[in-house]
Design a protein around this ligand. Structure first.
Ligand SMILES: [Zn+2]
Ligand SMILES: [Zn+2]
Length: 414
């Protein structure tokens, strides 16, 4: 590899400085020193990212990548530097657009702003928008100065707001948006264990609908002492939205039927005691096989459609109506229990399943006496986890028992 002498010397200096850093025992440093180091390294990392962007741009401009038979600088970065495709595209595109934004480029070069800031600014500077801005007499140099100053002073998120304001000013009706900006994509992939992986991107307006609905589902009735992370709560909210849509009947019918989650379970497996071996589990339409306890929990929840099969695999019983509590029974249980009855849980009725204390497969009736409100998490504890709940008929107090039979702690009844 041929590096011109100045470049070779500079890179060797940089490498030896990094070698010196690598041997420092960070635990020996004072807190002040280690924080200073983090600050310095952040600026340095920004400068290195800026130097990389400039070098990529130089190679891109003279099409140096053709030496190795690559079709573009993006392809060369992916192949020769093992860069992720989106990273390669962003580096090349940032380098190209920074040529028209000298003040942003300078802030990046001196390490005052990060690659994320530079990308947010350059990504908005599409040729169409720049043309429109020029037509409207908006001076690019002034824009560059304002956005560079904003990026120097704020986190990428706030910088993005400033950039959005510029975009809205240049293109108030959004007609210049590249097709990619309004396109939506959403994919779901199942792993071998049935877990589902989701990925996608939304346009700003579509994202706003989803955000608003998720935020409402997340914050509407957050129980006290909720220790779930933001990501966990957001995922629970997404599932709750889907359940509400299915339960509410607001969706189009599919082949004349109201769509709902459908669980198929073998009658013998359904009636077996918890933990009994030798029974196949059930299965779900999309996720495929599930374990018997999960199948029993879904069959316990009245909202789910179920298909119960006999020994020959043929359906014995299809439906949910006969074991669904009437609105009156459900309402009476909601008024009596007020929230999930599992010890220490305050999840509100709308989050709760109607649990049969004695499973209907074991002869438990769908009645107030045999019904209990359990949130999805605790419903899972009672079926898959082996916990049990029991209501003292005298005091009306619910008791929660661990799988070993010891009581968790009692809560006050009505
Ligand atoms: Zn249940
Ligand atoms: Zn609960």
């Amino acid at each position: 590899m041929e590096i011109f002498p100045e470049g070779a010397w500079a890179m060797s200096e940089l490498r030896s400085a990094l070698d010196d850093l690598a041997v420092i025992d960070l635990d020996e440093l004072s807190s002040d020193a280690v924080l200073d180091l983090v600050g310095e390294l952040t600026v340095t990392a920004n400068r290195v990212a800026a130097a990389l962007t400039s070098a990529v741009r130089a190679a891109d401009r003279r099409e140096a990548y053709t030496r190795d038979g690559a079709v573009s600088m993006m392809a060369w970065l992916r192949g020769s530097c093992r860069m992720a495709p989106e990273e390669a595209t962003a580096t090349v595109s940032t380098g190209r657009r920074l040529e028209q934004l000298p003040q942003t480029a300078a802030a990046f070069a001196d390490g005052a702003i990060s690659a994320a800031h530079a990308r947010i600014i350059t990504k908005a500077m599409t040729p169409k928008r720049l043309a429109k801005a020029a037509e409207a007499g908006i001076d690019l140099n002034t824009t560059d100065g304002i956005l560079a100053a904003l990026a120097r002073a704020t986190a990428p998120k706030e910088t993005a707001r400033g950039v959005q304001a510029w975009v809205a000013g240049v293109d108030p009706d959004g007609t210049l948006d590249d097709a990619a900006d309004v396109r939506r994509r959403f994919t779901m992939a199942s792993g071998l264990d049935g877990r589902v992986y989701v990925r996608g991107e939304l346009d700003p307006v579509g994202g706003e609908y989803v955000h608003t609905a998720l935020a409402a589902a997340m914050n509407g009735d957050r129980p006290a002492g909720d220790t779930r992370s933001h990501a966990e709560r957001q995922a629970d909210a997404l599932v709750a939205l889907a359940r509400a849509a299915l339960d509410g009947g607001g969706l189009p019918t599919v082949r004349g039927e109201r769509p709902h989650v459908r669980v198929t379970i073998d009658l013998m497996a359904l009636c077996a005691e918890r933990g009994a071996a030798g029974f196949s589990g059930g299965s779900l339409g999309w996720a495929g096989p599930i374990n018997p306890e999960t199948a029993r929990r879904l069959a316990c929840d009245a909202g789910v459609a179920r298909v119960i099969t006999g020994p020959n695999g043929l359906p014995l019983d299809v439906g949910r109506e006969q074991r669904a509590p009437s609105t009156g029974i459900r309402r009476a249980v909601e008024i009596r229990d007020e929230h999930c009855v599992f010890s220490g849980c305050d999840a509100p009725p709308e989050w709760c399943d109607f649990h049969h204390v004695v499973h209907w497969a074991h002869g438990g009736p769908t009645s107030c006496d045999n019904g209990a409100l359990l949130c999805e998490r605790h419903h899972t504890c009672c079926h898959e986890g082996g916990f049990t709940i029991r209501r003292d008929p005298g005091t009306g107090i619910w008791h929660t028992y661990r799988p070993d039979g010891t009581e968790v702690l009692s809560r006050a009844g009505p």
